[in-house]
Design a binder for this molecule. Structure first.
Ligand code: BG6
Length: 488
């Protein structure tokens, strides 16, 4: 890519001394600098409170040493990158502080304000930027979670919209920046082979699994208020579902793509009443072991509230009410403390309409497309072939046609999602960001699930850490005569 496509700007990171900025934003900006994608004039202003800890420049340098591979931390690039960084201690709700910020920003044409803070201060930051006339030349980047439900997310969006038009609002869902998510769009819309088969005539069902080995990593305060449905389904899993299910957009512009995604969200069938018990499973991990190491249960995590009924696992069966997907279940599953970290989408095709092979000649496997987001990014198409050998007759077997990105593109590292997303903001390209109405339709659908749970009053089902979730999640799919695909 040419650096010409990226305009110089000043990036103001609000919440620059927090975990997200140190773990993801600075390392990603460093990688962009290393790849020659940061124009010479681009600067970063780190904003946050003085908590009496390390000096900001030392904090950033330490974070780079921790989160960037030693061999990539070339000294000249490191020196150049650190020289771009300035910092300012400020209270984001103190109107006076914005005058100092405006002085630091100076007369540059383009500013990116990255909000790595709780959403409740987004409105205050926007007002502060506007009060010193920075709003007109600023794009704002909003981190999730944007609200806790439809109402609160609308309040956040409205507070931001008072000062920033939608064309300058970039809502992050970092899954949209993942390499294989990008490849899903290429696979679907650059290969006629798939697009013609991508509907209820040929597809039996779709599975989306996002499993994590980690627990809540000291984030009890946030996570216990949210739970896995709000933390993962409302955003990452529904975005993946949209990309799998949307109709082809007429072009790759942000609005064409987002219009198609919104249509999918609007077509999601509500799940209510008796269906809830059948189509939705909530789980909470209890003590178990992962990689041979004992790990505590959710209720025994640091700072826990031992009576919490927050879910750390969700499995659900969704339906999309449109011509393309009528009758095709979408099974979604995500959990903490599972045996492996794996995110993948499985497209299970239907059996051939008529079998010319006897049952003993063929294993019961129809074509399956597995799109692996992480780890080992790649795409595998399982196809039926014949066993080799004179003695095998017409014995069939299922074998993989494999596109392994880490092997195929051995010399190029897979960029972190945040690198791509930051670059797209700098280029002013919104197509990997979530529009206001997408977030709101996603909340609307999730809110009705949460309200249904509340009415039922049922506690989440326990599962041992290191397992694939409560048994009921197997029941959810086996009831339809299917099972979770799992050659992990
Ligand atoms: C975040 C969630 O959005 O995504 C975390 O808040 C989760 O709870 C994380 O661990 C998973 O991201 P990734 O890229 O590691 O799959």
């Amino acid at each position: 890519m040419s650096i010409d496509a990226v305009e110089p700007c000043t990036i103001a990171i609000f919440g620059a001394f927090g975990d997200l900025a140190l773990r993801k934003l600075f390392p990603s900006l460093f990688q962009l600098d290393r790849a020659g994608l940061l124009p010479a004039q681009t600067r970063v202003i780190s904003l946050g409170r003085d908590d009496g800890g390390l000096e900001p420049s030392a904090l950033v340098a330490n974070a780079l040493h921790e989160y960037v591979a030693a061999k990539e931390l070339e000294q000249p690039v490191l020196d150049r990158f650190l020289s771009r960084i300035d910092w300012l201690y400020m209270d984001f709700l103190d109107a006076e502080a914005y005058h100092t910020l405006a002085e630091r920003v100076g007369q540059v044409d383009s500013v990116i304000a990255y909000f790595a803070t709780p959403a409740k201060v987004y409105g205050g930051i926007c007002a502060g930027l506007a009060s010193v006339n920075l709003a007109e030349r600023t794009r704002v980047v909003l981190e999730k979670p944007i609200g806790h439900d439809l109402q609160s997310s609308m309040a956040v969006n409205e507070a931001v919209a008072r000062y920033f038009p939608e064309e300058r609002v970039y809502r992050i869902d970092h899954y949209l920046g993942k390499e294989t998510v990008q490849n899903l769009i290429a696979l679907r819309f650059a290969n006629n082979l798939f697009e013609t088969q991508w509907n209820q005539n040929h597809i039996s069902h779709v599975e989306i699994t996002v499993a994590e080995k980690v627990g809540i990593e000291g984030r009890w305060g946030y996570f216990d208020q949210a739970g896995q449905l709000r933390d993962m389904v409302q955003n990452h899993l529904l975005q993946l579902l949209c990309l799998v299910a949307m109709d082809p957009p007429s072009d790759l512009s942000a609005d064409s793509i987002r219009n198609e995604k919104v249509k999918v969200l609007k077509a999601l069938a509500p799940i209510s009443g008796e269906q809830l018990g059948q189509q939705l499973v909530r789980g909470q991990y209890v003590a178990g072991s992962i990689d041979g190491r004992s790990v505590p249960g959710y209720l025994d995590e640091e700072n826990s509230n031992t009576r919490s009924d927050t879910e750390t696992f969700v499995a659900l069966r969704a339906e999309i009410r449109n011509w393309r997907w009528a009758g095709v279940p979408f099974y979604l599953r995500t959990g903490k403390r599972m045996p492996q970290k794996v995110s993948q989408i499985v497209i299970q095709f239907k059996d051939p309409a008529h079998h010319i092979f006897a049952p003993e000649q063929r294993p019961l496997i129809s074509n399956r497309l597995v799109i692996r987001l992480q780890p080992d990014e790649g795409i595998t198409l399982h196809v039926m072939t014949k066993e080799q050998g004179l003695d095998k007759g017409m014995q069939l077997r299922s074998g993989p046609l494999q596109l392994d990105f880490s092997d195929t593109f051995r010399n190029s590292r897979v960029p972190d999602a945040y690198e791509r997303l930051l670059l797209e903001v700098m280029k002013g390209n919104q197509n990997l960001f979530v529009r206001k109405d997408e977030i709101e339709y996603a909340w609307q659908w999730c809110d009705q699930l949460i309200a249904g749970w509340r009415r039922q009053g049922a506690a989440p089902k326990p599962y041992a850490a290191g397992t694939w979730g409560p048994l009921a999640s197997i029941g959810l799919i086996s009831r339809d005569g299917k099972d979770w695909y799992g050659d992990y």
